[in-house]
Design a binder for this molecule. Structure first.
Ligand code: GLU
Length: 506
């Protein structure tokens, strides 16, 4: 690390949509950077051309934007350490590979994929596992095992060549993980990883280390699936004579059952999204749902992810962006897997929806309706917000009650069966007359008129209200009928009551 500034990066490969685990990695990096007054960098790791998926990079950028996890530097954001897309940095890596070869830390290997596969098959037949390492490398065709003149010849020919890292034979690699504590790994278990592929592209390990160094990354915060690579990375830093960054490996996000890693299939099965945004797979044509399209607010999604692998040490669950930044620390990231709970995700959304003012919800309602070709005044939309906020977890549920926008097409069976009595038509006629007599048709006046009608006729709430609702909305439950009647207006309310009566008694 050349400076003392905190510089962290999110380094996705554009091989598909970002999984919510990836978004959480980005979030924790972002929070850590902001907590330390540092920089959050977005680097696109696209050296593996075979896994490139069109549209994936744009998806990543859009998803981060939607979540409000905006990088300070990186692809789409610029900065002094660019370019930030590895495919644009290709000429940089070769010199470091060369440095490793010259210092004896790496070597040329000429083995073909078939030769390597044959070794593996042979080992499997003997119920053992083969890997390219200190114990086997001298049996292979490489610049350590072959005479120098043959190596020269092979290098001059057009035979494919890779470069492998020479893992020390028998050593213990020790490093400190900010979340897991001291990690010790015996080099005996590590293999001589390829650093430069036969197409002369660097592998993930090589490009990742060079870029983290050149971009002066202070902390590598990434998913647990990269923990097995960390010892190799530590050795690579050492071999290049560079100070390694600090490492922090985040716990896996587990299935709702707690058994195994959360996958796309779990989402399909459980009916919840695992991606931030909807993803149209360019190859299969399959569409996977996204949190955004499913009606989640980005704040709720982020808050849910914050709590999926981190805890504040007290009971607080709801955090604003500023609060998250202030409270976040790697020490409080949990070590064991974090079980995803779709109900909790919904709970967060409900919370954020209800925390919004009716004016704010009103304008959301107005634009959702406009999109559906329904023109409704701002005032009416605020009325809907007031009626529906407490009964909704998602924005689209605010406008899910069809009766707000049109007469009922059918009448709730059970209410009809249980509540509609012989005397009901007459009681409803009486109610129509009372409502008709109310001049200012607001919820309070309607309620007063309604209650007066019950009292003077010695009627119980249960005999009148459900049937009133049935005629006006067709439903067996819902928000206050007085608010609904005000929203619909006198003319519409009475029309629906008369039509309903006619239809039910027909
Ligand atoms: N490109 C790797 C990925 O796709 C980055 C891993 C790391 O952060 O080192 O996750």
């Amino acid at each position: 690390m050349a400076t003392n500034q905190v510089r962290v990066r999110f380094a996705p490969s554009p091989t598909g949509p970002l999984h919510m685990g990836g978004v959480r990695t980005a979030l924790y990096n972002y929070l850590f950077a902001h907590n330390h007054g540092g920089k959050f960098i977005l680097r696109i790791e696209d050296t593996d051309q075979t896994r490139f998926v069109p549209g994936a990079e744009d998806y990543i950028l859009e998803a981060l934007k939607w979540c409000g996890i905006e990088p300070d530097e990186g692809v789409g954001y610029g900065g002094d350490f660019g370019p930030y897309r590895q495919s644009e940095r290709m000429e940089l890596y070769g010199q470091y590979v060369k440095q490793l070869i010259e210092s004896g830390h790496a070597y040329y290997a000429f083995d073909t994929p078939d030769e390597i596969a044959a070794k593996r098959t042979e080992a499997e037949a003997n119920k053992s596992v083969w890997q390219y390492d200190a114990s086997t490398r001298m049996d292979m065709r490489n610049s350590l095992s072959l005479p120098a003149d043959e190596v020269e010849k092979l290098l001059a020919s057009d035979i494919p060549v890779t470069v492998r890292f020479k893992i020390p034979a028998d050593e213990e690699v020790v490093f400190e993980d900010e979340i897991r504590g001291v990690v010790r790994v015996q080099t005996k278990v590590l293999d001589d990883k390829v650093l430069l592929k036969s197409d002369q592209f660097p592998t993930y390990h090589m490009a990742n280390i060079v870029d983290d160094h050149l971009m002066e990354i202070s902390h590598v915060i990434r998913g647990e699936e990269w923990l097995p690579s960390a010892p190799l990375h530590v050795l690579l830093y050492r071999a290049l004579g560079w100070e390694a960054p600090k490492f922090a490996h985040l716990p896996l996000i587990l299935k709702p059952t707690g058994n195994g890693k959360l996958s796309k299939r779990d989402g399909d099965k459980g009916g919840f999204p695992v991606f931030p945004l909807e993803w149209n797979d360019p190859k299969s044509g399959n569409v996977s749902s996204g949190y955004r399209e499913s009606g989640y607010f980005p704040e709720a999604f982020i808050n849910m992810l914050l709590m999926l692998g981190w805890n504040p040490g007290d009971e607080q669950e709801v955090f604003s962006n500023d609060e998250m930044i202030k409270a976040f620390s790697l020490e409080r990231v949990v070590k064991s897997g974090a079980r995803f709970n779709p109900d909790k995700a919904k709970w967060f959304n409900e919370h954020y929806l209800r925390a919004k003012s009716h004016d704010e919800l009103g304008s959301m309602i107005q634009s959702m309706l406009t999109e559906k070709g329904v023109d409704l005044s701002a005032e009416k939309c605020v009325q809907i917000a007031a009626m529906m906020a407490e009964r909704s977890a998602f924005a689209h549920e605010l406008i899910a009650a069809d009766y707000l926008f049109g007469s009922p097409e059918a009448y709730h069976e059970k209410t009809l069966r249980k509540k509609w009595k012989e005397a009901t038509p007459q009681i409803m006629e009486g109610l129509i007359a009372v409502l008709d007599g109310i001049d200012s048709f607001d919820a309070t006046s309607i309620e007063t008129g309604f209650k007066g009608y019950l009292e003077s006729n010695e009627l119980g709430m249960g005999a009148v209200l459900p049937n009133f609702r049935l005629l006006v909305t067709g439903e067996g439950g819902g928000p206050s009928m007085f608010a609904i009647a005000e929203f619909l207006g006198k003319e519409e309310t009475l029309k629906r009551m008369r039509d309903g009566l006619a239809r039910i008694t027909a």
